[in-house]
Write a protein that binds this ligand. Sequence first.
Ligand code: SF4
Length: 243
Amino acid sequence: MTVEKNNSKEKNDKSLSYPTCHKCNGINYCTVGRASKILDNCPMKVSPEVQKKARELYETDEFVKKSTRVASIVEATGYIHWPRLKDTIEFARKMGYTKLGMAFCVGMLEEAKKIAEILEKYGFEVSSVCCKTGSVKKTAVGVPEEFTMYSKTGYTIGWITCNPVAQALLLNKAKTDMNIIVGLCVGHDITFTRLSEAPVTTLIAKDRSMPHNPAGVLFSHYGKEFFSREFKELMANKMKKKV
Ligand code: SF4
């Protein structure tokens, strides 16, 4: 009852044509087999045809069938106890993969070495490609000169571009069964995933200010301060535009 009161805005928002599951307010009725009592745009109510299509794919697409089953078995087996690296290893093993690729950031060479050493001990063949492969100039791929050499926060970043395209093409050539992202930049990870022929998983998500733990910003004092400054600036810019 209280929940429905608290969510009157969402309940009345019937015009939304896209799903907003994040507003289900911790109830998430689907976890107990029901559509939302709070949201009118619950995808279980408004997109039954999509839910039907998804169910069909679990039955007809061999990759989806196998990877979904394996992922759930890995989750249940190591729940809370296994680090993500062990989940990755067990997923790959149960999928029958033997050749793994690593697309890593040059700043994570030590991490990449350690990961490869562990994977090899589990019997995998590991191919790896560093993000700076090809030594392509940033300006040659359309990066304006002012965004090369030094970051806007004053750190040396150099003139050679990250090269997620070559990383993907080289791992495609090596015919890897699955590729692992180790600290690629936001955007470069997307390009890599788009071009990789093998399925891709992320082991380390780069976050330079949060020691590669992007979730750390969400409930920390630092995160609150950071976004509060950002929002103030956004508001100020909006006001300026109105004047
Ligand atoms: S699918 Fe429906 S019930 Fe589940 S979280 Fe989304 S809105 Fe809520």
